[in-house]
Design a protein around this ligand. Structure first.
Ligand SMILES: [Cu+2]
Length: 118
């Protein structure tokens, strides 16, 4: 019985070490994740606009926008792109992103339903 426990322990340690190795592999590709506040997002169309703009940024792997919480979750390659670039891309699409203010001209051209109340 003791032997069995020792074996189980050994196996779990081995499994843990395996996990760590995978983690290290992930680090090597320099991934990044950012949660960017997008307070002026109004509707699905806004989500589409921002998603398209951010996906065009080289190095961005995925973006998911939580319309209810008004937060963009972005996965990116930190070797290729920085969070600031992603914020700028969102601002250039007409939306505030964290402390970066939207480009007003672009905002003014958005569909009326996408313009937040000022
Ligand atoms: Cu909208």
């Amino acid at each position: 019985m003791k032997k069995l426990i020792a074996l189980a322990l050994l196996l779990s340690v081995a499994a843990f070490a395996g996990d760590k190795k995978d983690q290290h592999k992930m680090d090597m590709s320099h991934p990044g994740h950012a949660m960017i506040s997008v307070p002026t997002v109004q509707c699905d169309n806004c989500v589409k606009t921002i998603t398209a703009a951010v996906k065009k940024v080289d190095g961005v792997k995925s973006i998911k926008i939580d319309l209810e919480k008004k937060v963009a979750h972005v996965n990116f390659d930190a070797k290729k792109v920085q969070v600031a670039d992603i914020r700028n891309a969102i601002a250039a699409a007409g939306y505030d992103a964290d402390d970066v203010k939207r480009v007003e001209k672009v905002y003014d051209a958005l569909p009326k339903c996408c313009q937040s109340k000022r």
